[in-house]
Design a protein around this ligand. Structure first.
Ligand SMILES: [Zn+2]
Length: 445
């Protein structure tokens, strides 16, 4: 008998596949066929096996496959400072952190922090992050090494940055980086990351906006995170954060606003009308005691909402499984309405909605033609069984440590809970050495 099956790179099997397509299609006893990084077939396992033969097959017995998490607000290399500023106010946190960053950050330490953060992310099923941090080109190199879909761009602050640049030098460098990134990957979207309305003046924000317009770059910024920020921005600009950013031309349908905790009804309507996305980071908001974002009101107004972790220094962990669960739980409790953000919606916020908000049209759902960013999660566990609803199994039962395999852009980067693209003990050793300096700097303030 001659072999009539098509040879491909990879088949991923799973008891359940949550495609997160528009219809919310769930496939039982399924398989996903992948070649050259692209999903070429998805459906019943016997049909996929009859049609394809693969170089590698990932077993998914007792598992659910779903798109990799899309983390829409992170400061990845901040893993260096994890635990250095716990249980303090946002103002103390920022004071300590910004000072410590100036003393500790270099291309070398950022690489160590970013490598640890991407390893943590991939092992927890997160394949993409929108990352605002210094030395962005260093993080891009680490992402290529680990197989992580890093979305970043130059960060701008009004003061001298940890690389020693003043604002004018930051702008020049930002232009160079955007030019480099455009040459590197002409089809990828470009990003500029003005830190916030309280760390940049009006004229500076306007100049960032001009640079973004010249490159067609998308904007990622912090907005209305705490009541302290509202007061600070009022003192500096005599206006609220959203109005300051909007006035500078920084709020468009491609803008991602981190946090947006303190919004008025009018501001919610404005965000929905413009089509900007709120990157909701519920665990960070709780840990730094910033308040609770009005996510149900944003969703009811038709605004785009996605989920993020924030940096490890403020949020503790980059665990998107916890973040998705928190988004599902928090607003039920606060509103005393258990019907808000059901399990399927929560998964969607952490996958398809995140991808769409970043302008990524080829990830976030599992379908033929999409790039293969997939997590395979063990859900036949004592913590998840016997829940019949597969969405509930992920949101209310699973933990990041249940992620068994992670496929990023068609490449198997985690197999049987082991990271294949970097050495975990080495990452931990380097992080421990670099963090000695980071933590003592944070305590000097
Ligand atoms: Zn942040």
């Amino acid at each position: 008998m001659t072999e009539t099956r098509e040879s491909i790179d990879l088949i991923v099997r799973a008891d359940t596949i949550l495609t997160v397509d528009e219809a919310g299609t769930v496939i039982t006893a399924g398989a996903i066929a992948i070649n050259d990084g692209v999903i070429v077939g998805i459906g019943d396992e016997p049909q996929i096996s009859a049609r394809y033969t693969a170089t590698e097959v990932l077993d998914g017995a007792g598992c659910s496959a779903l798109p990799g998490w899309v983390n829409t607000h992170a400061h990845l290399a901040m893993n260096l400072f994890r635990g250095a500023t716990d249980d303090v106010t946002l103002e103390t946190f920022l004071d300590r952190l910004i000072g410590a960053e100036r003393r500790v950050l270099s291309a070398e330490t950022v690489a160590i922090g970013a490598r640890a953060a991407m390893a943590e992310s991939l092992l927890g099923g997160t394949t993409t992050a929108l990352d605002m941090y210094w030395y962005p080109q260093t993080s891009r190199a680490v992402a290529r090494e680990l197989g992580f879909r890093l979305i970043n761009g130059p960060t701008l602050m009004g003061d001298v940055d940890p690389e020693g640049n003043d604002f004018d030098a930051m702008l020049v460098q930002a232009e160079r980086i955007l030019t480099e990134n455009r040459a590197d990957a002409p089809n990828d979207n470009l990003w500029l990351m003005p830190h916030s309305a309280y760390t940049l003046g009006s004229e500076q924000l306007r100049r960032v906006s001009e640079l973004a317009a010249r490159f067609g770059a998308r904007i990622h910024t912090h907005c209305a995170e705490s009541s302290g920020e509202i007061a600070l921005v009022a003192a500096q600009h005599d206006a609220r954060p959203l109005a300051v950013l909007d006035e500078a031309g920084l709020v468009t349908d491609t803008t991602v606003l981190a946090h947006a905790v303190h919004l008025t009804d009018d501001e919610i309507a404005t965000i929905a009308r413009i089509g900007a996305t709120v990157a909701h980071a519920p665990i960070s908001n709780l840990k730094i005691a910033c308040g609770i974002a009005r996510v149900p009101d944003l969703l009811a107004a038709g605004a785009s909402v996605a989920l993020g972790t924030d940096g490890a220094a403020s949020t503790g962990s980059l665990d998107m499984m916890q973040t998705v669960r928190m988004a599902a739980l928090l607003h039920k409790g606060v509103s005393q309405d258990p019907t808000l953000i059901n399990a399927e919606r929560a998964v969607r916020l952490g996958t398809a909605d995140g991808a769409r908000s970043l302008g990524l049209t080829d990830v976030g759902t599992l379908a033929v033609g999409m790039r293969a960013d997939i997590q395979v999660v063990h859900t036949d566990t004592l913590a998840s069984a016997p829940t019949p609803d597969p969405w509930s199994r992920i949101v209310y039962g699973a933990s990041a440590s249940d992620v068994r395999h992670t496929v990023s852009d068609g490449r198997v980067v985690v197999r049987d809970r082991a990271l294949l693209t970097a050495d975990e003990p080495t990452i931990l050793r380097e992080l421990a050495a670099a963090s000695l300096l980071a933590h003592s700097a944070a305590h000097e303030g």
